[in-house]
Write a protein that binds this ligand. Structure first.
Ligand code: ATP
Ligand code: MG
Length: 595
C-alpha cells in the first residue's frame, strides 16, 4: 500500500478542500506531502467528486507524474491512498490529464518509450473512434495504417529529449476508421520512467474531404470539357455521314443491291449519334427543354417501358410519395435517367430480384454532406431507384459516374449510362448519391430542387401542327457553315426540297453574297461558332438591312450554352447537330411555311 502523508497544516488545507468540493467549488491547491519513499514532494491536489468518497486528482509536480487517489472524507485522515497506476479509477484514464488538456480540441496522448499509450484525452478518443475503449496499453502504431505507422515510428525515434516535431505526419487510421489526422509529437524528459512521448492529433477529416471533393469536381469538369469537345466534332461528322446515308437511301429503294449496306451505314450512324448525345448529356451541354414536371406522372408514364426493359425475372415496385411538389426538368431526360438506372439495376440482378422506384418530398434543414458532396438546404423531391442486386465494390463507387467506366464485358457496356444520368441531374440543378453494399444491392437517390412556379398568366400554346408530310417548299435560303461537308449536305438536302440556296463558309463571305444578290432572302441558316465573323454578329449585320429576317442557328453545342449569351439575337430558332434530313427540312418548313 502506497500513500502520501503530510503535516498538521497540510491536513487542515485538505479538509478545507474536501468541504469546498462538497459545495461543488472545485479548485486546486499546491501541497507539500511526503510520498511512499519518505521524500517530500510538491503536489497539486483537486477533489473531483464528493459522494462520500472523494476522488482526488493529484499531480505530483516533482517527477511530473499524475496519479489518482481517493480518500474517505469521513475518516478525516491525511493519508491519501495511492492507487497503482495500472488500475485507473475511471474508465478512459483521461482524468489524469489537467482539465485544459482533457478539454482540448486536439487529440493528446502520452506514451512510453515503446509507443504504448498510457493516457489520452477526449478528442484523441473521438478521433480513434470505436477502438477508443481498447486504447490502454496499446502501441499507438497499432491504430495506424501500415505506411503511416512506420512513418510515425521513425518520427518518434528521431526526436531528442525535449524536442518537438515540426512537420506533421499525415496519418490514416486502421480500416473502418476513415478519418484523417496530422500527427505531431514531442519527446518528454522522463528520468523517472514516466511517459516518453506526447502525441498530438489534429483532425483533418473535413479538410481532406473538401480537397477530395475539389479534385473530383475538377476532374469531372475536365473530363466533361473533353467529352463536350469530342461530341461537338463528332456531331459535325455525323451530320454529314448520316445525312448522305439518308440522301442515298432515297435514291436506292429496298429492291436495290446497295440498300442493305446503306441501311447499315445509316443505322450505325444513328447509334453513334446516340452515344454522342450521352456524352453531351454528361458534359451538361445538352439542349434541355425543362418544364414543371410531376414525378408521379412521369414515373407512371415510364413504368410500362421500364417493366418491359427489366424482363420477367425482376419485379418492379413503384411507390409514390403523396402530393409531390413539381420539379423543373426536361421530362424526356429524367425519363432517360430513370431508364439508365433501371437497366443497370437489371444487369446487377441476373438471377432476378426487385427493382423499387420511390418518390418523396423532403426538406433539408441544414446543408448536408453526403460523403464528399455538400447539398444546400431546401425543398427537394427525391427519386430513389433501388435494386437487390450484386452491389458495387467500394473501390468502384467513386468512379461509376465517370464516362467510360464500366465493369461489364467488352460489348456489353460503354460506361456512359451513369455519366449521362449524372449530367442530366446536374444540369437540372439536382444531386445524385449512390449507396451500395456488395451482395445486398444498390440505391441511387436523386434530389431535384422543388419548383415554385411563378404566378404568370397561362399562355395557351397554339397546337403544334403534326409533322408535315410534305416537306417541300419555296423560298431563298442563305446557308452559312464553315464545315464544308455539313454545308454541302444541307445545300443538297434543301435544294432537293425545292428551295433556292445561297451558301457561304463564313460571315464575311455571306455579307458579300447578300450585297451581290438581288431579290429577297427568306431565311438565314447559320452556324454559331465560325472563324472570323460569328453567327450572332452576322445576324445583327444582316438585320440592319432586313429587320424581318428569319434565322435558324445550327450548332454542335447545346442551345443552353448560348441561350443567355449577351450577343444572342432575338427571335432565332435553334437546330442542334447532328440533324437529320427530316429535322432540317421540317424546321425550315416550320419557319417558311408560316409566311
Ligand atoms: N445498380 C447497379 N448495381 C451494380 N453495379 C452498378 C449498378 N449501376 C451501375 N453499376 C456499376 O457502374 C458501372 C457503370 O455504369 P454505367 O451505367 O455508367 O455503364 P454500363 O452500364 O457499364 O454501360 P452503359 O450504361 O453505357 O451500357 C457498371 O459497369 C457497373 O459496374
Ligand atoms: Mg448502364
Amino acid at each position: 500500500m502506497a500513500g502520501f502523508s503530510g503535516d498538521a497544516e497540510t491536513a487542515q488545507r485538505l479538509y478545507r478542500l474536501v468541504r469546498a468540493a462538497s459545495l461543488k467549488e472545485t479548485h486546486e491547491e499546491e501541497l507539500k506531502l511526503k510520498n511512499v519513499a519518505g521524500k517530500w514532494v510538491h503536489v497539486a491536489v483537486a477533489p473531483i467528486s464528493s459522494l462520500g468518497h472523494t476522488v482526488w486528482r493529484i499531480t505530483d509536480t516533482s517527477p511530473r507524474r499524475p496519479v489518482l487517489a481517493s480518500v474517505d472524507a469521513a475518516k478525516q485522515s491525511v493519508v491519501v491512498q495511492l492507487r497503482p497506476l495500472e488500475q485507473p479509477l475511471l474508465a478512459g484514464a483521461d482524468v489524469r490529464m489537467p482539465k485544459f488538456i482533457q478539454d482540448a480540441p486536439v487529440g493528446v496522448a502520452l506514451t512510453g518509450e515503446d509507443g504504448v499509450i498510457s493516457e489520452w484525452n477526449a478528442a484523441f478518443a473521438s478521433l480513434i473512434g470505436s477502438e477508443a475503449k481498447k486504447l490502454k496499453d496499446r502501441p499507438v502504431f497499432d491504430l495506424l495504417r501500415d505506411q503511416t505507422a512506420q512513418e510515425t515510428r521513425a518520427r518518434l525515434t528521431s526526436l531528442k529529449p525535449g524536442e518537438v516535431s515540426r512537420a506533421p505526419v499525415d496519418v490514416r487510421f486502421k480500416p473502418g476508421n476513415e478519418r484523417t489526422a496530422q500527427l505531431f509529437a514531442s519527446r518528454l524528459h522522463n528520468e523517472n520512467g514516466g511517459p516518453a512521448y506526447a502525441i498530438y492529433l489534429i483532425d483533418t477529416t473535413g479538410q481532406t474531404a473538401l480537397e477530395t471533393q475539389f479534385a473530383q469536381s475538377q476532374k469531372m469538369q475536365a473530363v466533361g470539357q473533353l467529352a463536350g469537345g469530342i461530341a461537338h466534332d463528332f456531331n459535325n461528322l455525323l451530320t454529314v455521314i448520316n445525312g448522305y446515308a439518308e440522301l442515298l437511301l432515297q435514291r436506292h429503294q429496298p429492291g436495290d443491291p446497295s440498300f442493305a449496306d446503306l441501311n447499315d451505314i445509316r443505322n450505325t450512324g444513328l447509334r453513334a449519334a446516340s452515344l454522342v448525345r450521352q456524352l453531351l448529356a454528361f458534359s451538361r451541354r445538352q439542349t434541355l427543354e425543362p418544364e414543371a414536371v410531376n414525378l408521379t406522372d412521369l414515373v407512371a408514364d415510364w413504368s410500362v417501358t421500364l417493366r418491359r426493359l427489366i424482363g420477367d425475372r425482376v419485379k418492379l415496385k413503384v411507390e409514390h410519395g403523396r402530393d409531390l411538389w413539381p420539379v423543373f426538368a426536361d421530362p424526356t431526360q429524367v425519363g432517360n435517367a430513370l431508364m439508365n438506372l433501371s437497366v443497370n439495376a437489371r444487369d446487377a440482378m441476373p438471377n432476378g430480384g426487385t427493382l423499387a422506384i420511390r418518390s418523396a418530398n423532403v426538406t433539408i434543414g441544414e446543408t448536408m454532406s453526403f460523403g464528399q458532396v455538400l447539398m444546400p438546404s431546401g425543398d427537394y423531391v427525391t427519386l430513389e431507384v433501388e435494386d437487390t442486386g450484386l452491389g458495387i465494390a467500394k473501390e468502384h463507387l467513386g468512379k461509376i459516374f465517370e464516362p467510360f467506366f464500366t465493369t461489364k464485358e467488352k460489348g456489353h457496356g460503354t460506361g456512359l449510362g451513369l455519366a449521362s444520368v449524372y449530367g442530366i441531374v446536374k444540369q437540372t440543378g439536382g444531386y445524385i448519391f449512390p449507396e451500395s453494399e456488395v451482395g445486398k444491392g444498390t440505391t441511387f437517390r436523386i434530389y431535384l430542387p422543388r419548383h415554385i412556379p411563378a404566378a404568370a398568366p397561362v399562355v395557351v400554346e397554339p397546337e403544334k401542327t403534326s409533322a408535315a408530310r410534305d416537306l417541300t417548299g419555296v423560298g431563298t435560303i442563305l446557308l452559312v457553315e464553315d464545315e464544308d461537308a455539313v454545308r454541302d449536305f444541307a445545300v443538297r438536302a434543301l435544294t432537293m426540297r425545292g428551295y433556292k440556296v445561297l451558301d457561304a463558309c463564313g460571315g464575311e463571305e455571306a455579307l458579300e453574297l447578300v450585297a451581290e444578290h438581288d431579290g429577297p432572302i427568306d431565311l438565314l441558316i447559320s452556324d454559331v461558332v465560325m472563324p472570323g465573323m460569328e453567327g450572332p454578329e452576322l445576324v445583327k449585320e444582316m438585320r440592319k438591312r432586313m429587320p424581318e429576317l428569319r434565322v435558324i442557328f445550327i450548332s454542335g453545342y447545346a442551345e443552353e450554352s448560348f441561350r443567355n449569351a449577351p450577343d444572342r439575337p432575338e427571335d432565332c430558332l435553334f437546330l442542334p447537330k447532328p440533324f437529320s434530313l427530316k429535322q432540317l427540312t421540317s424546321k425550315v418548313k416550320e419557319v417558311l411555311g408560316e409566311v
